[in-house]
Design a protein around this ligand. Structure first.
Ligand code: ATP
Length: 209
């Protein structure tokens, strides 16, 4: 079984995350999508939702998508989230499954600053989604590494259990959580950028005001 994992702060989760990730899942023929909220980065500026609220919104969003669930593993750890450690743990949980970590181009560009980054592909493949304003220009050293691990066809991800990076041709959705939080603060329309259940949750809990 192939499990795709989309990690993120999800403050809040939005259609940019969900449409891009489901598009990737179709392209790579994965069986299940996991939405994985990360513990809040300490530098993030207020106002933001709590970990519980971000998980609640991811859980609501997951119900909109077939074969999708939210996972609170990173929120239950009493430390910063490290994708490499999470993937090691998920590999122990599902030793016979293929794990695919999905991330946006902007996040991928900074991969070499991630904890233990050289081991990120030990237990998973990585698939990169396009994002507007980001153009697949990576640092020389990231590009050199990418040349060694990149596969050009999504089918290749089914031939090995881990170790590959695939740059997916996803449509670019110009939506960010920052823009949504800003729109809420200045009373601009934002509801169409998130699933309606998430919009209701934000309104009921008066988030981001
Ligand atoms: P913020 O604006 O608060 O930084 P964000 O919208 O970028 O948030 P995150 O939760 O930080 O959302 O993103 C989680 C993952 O989803 C990252 O890998 C990010 O690159 C990716 N991502 C976020 N928005 C999009 C989008 N519109 N299209 C494709 N990928 C996205």
């Amino acid at each position: 079984m192939m499990r795709a994992i989309l990690g993120g702060t999800f403050d809040p989760i939005h259609w940019g995350h969900l449409r891009s990730a489901t598009n990737v899942c179709e392209q790579i023929h994965s069986d299940h999508l996991i939405l994985l909220p990360s513990a809040q980065p300490p530098h993030r500026s207020y106002p933001g939702a709590t970990a519980e609220q971000r998980f609640a919104m991811a859980t609501l969003a997951a119900t909109e998508i077939p074969s999708c669930s939210a996972d609170n593993w990173e929120l239950l750890q009493s430390r910063k989230s490290y994708t490499q450690l999470t993937l090691e743990q998920f590999h122990q949980r599902w030793p016979t499954d293929t794990l695919v970590f999905i991330l946006g181009e902007d996040a991928f560009a900074g991969l070499q600053s991630w904890h233990n980054w050289e081991h990120l592909l030990d237990h998973a493949h990585f698939v990169v989604m396009r994002r507007p304003h980001s153009h697949n220009v990576f640092s020389e050293s990231l590009q050199r590494w990418l040349n060694k691990v990149q596969v050009k066809q999504p089918e290749s991800l089914h031939q090995r259990a881990s170790g590959c990076v695939y740059l997916a041709e996803t449509p670019a959705f110009d939506i960010s959580a920052t823009a949504i939080r800003n729109a809420i603060q200045i009373d601009q329309p934002w509801q169409h950028l998130v699933p309606s259940s998430v919009a209701n949750y934000i309104q009921t809990h008066q988030l981001y005001r």
